[in-house]
Design a protein. Structure first.
Length: 277
């Protein structure tokens, strides 16, 4: 009770007979030892674009913008789970008024769920991404580097969660729906007395898709090529005798006379056409 007053949510220690080491418990500290996470198991994909996802619930739609450019692991995991139908017909199992609503656990127990990698993945903390304001989307965990499939959406700011949970998105549509969810009564364990269910998920834009990643790669290569040509042309402008601005190679013209041989370096010039006689 004292923890709840301070805005801290701890997980009840699961019974040994029902507990599995791979379970993702709820959302701040937990009573079990987190599995070690090896960073080289995860290769974050680079993108400069945001993702967009909609959770279609029995109370209305929640539309989120995802920070794929800042926290690639959490966002790729969430998008892929949505695309795979992982959250379909999954209930929000915890609802705390003036705090947050939590879901993403297919077992609805608060101890289930797993990531697309079938194991917990590392935290991603970014200074500019904080638990500020209504609609912040963040990863639920059971301690450091124990992210799976569970997530929560804030009803109000919760700065005490900064650098403890990975913020990976924000609500951009459906604020009225979120407010309706906040009013649902709960039992003594914060479980909604009225079912709040994710009926389906829609991914409007996935910057991690094969097509988008290929497009990004091509754009990056074109950008590098343009920058290289600009740099070479700049070098030629500062020293026109050293570099051919078109090919990037040195140009040498040799002129021979009956008395001496002189080698000079000049910029390329158009070759005149012969005058017909």
């Amino acid at each position: 009770e004292e923890d709840l007053k301070q805005g801290i949510v701890k997980v009840q220690k699961p019974k040994p007979s029902k507990y599995l080491p791979t379970d993702s418990a709820s959302f701040t500290s937990s009573s079990f030892t987190p599995k070690p996470v090896t960073d080289d198991l995860f290769k974050p994909k680079k993108t400069l674009k945001k993702g967009f996802v909609s959770l279609i619930t029995n109370m209305g739609n929640l539309n989120f913008e995802l920070h794929c450019d800042l926290v690639p692991l959490a966002t790729e995991n969430f998008i892929c789970l949505c695309e795979n139908g992982y959250y379909k017909n999954v209930k929000f199992h915890r609802n705390i008024r003036h705090f947050m609503i939590q879901g993403g656990d297919p077992t609805a127990s608060g101890r289930g769920g797993e990531s697309i990698w079938k194991k917990d993945f590392p935290d991603e903390f970014v200074k500019t991404l904080k638990h500020e304001g209504v609609g912040v989307l963040s990863m639920a965990n059971s301690g450091k580097n124990t992210n799976g499939s569970q997530f929560f959406v804030l009803y109000k700011s919760a700065p005490h969660l900064d650098n403890k949970h990975t913020v990976f998105g924000k609500l951009v549509g459906g604020l009225d729906v979120l407010k309706t969810m906040a009013l649902v009564e709960t039992d003594e364990y914060d479980r909604p007395l009225q079912d709040i269910v994710i009926l389906d998920t829609v991914v409007y834009f996935n910057p991690f898709s094969r097509e988008e990643m290929l497009k990004d790669q091509q754009e990056e290569e074109a950008k590098k090529k343009k920058e290289k040509e600009k740099q070479e042309f700049g070098q030629w402008l500062s020293n026109p005798q050293s570099l051919n601005p078109t090919t990037g190679t040195s140009t040498t013209t040799t002129t021979t006379t009956t008395t001496t041989t002189t080698t000079t370096t000049t910029p390329p010039t158009p070759t005149p056409m012969p005058i017909p006689i």
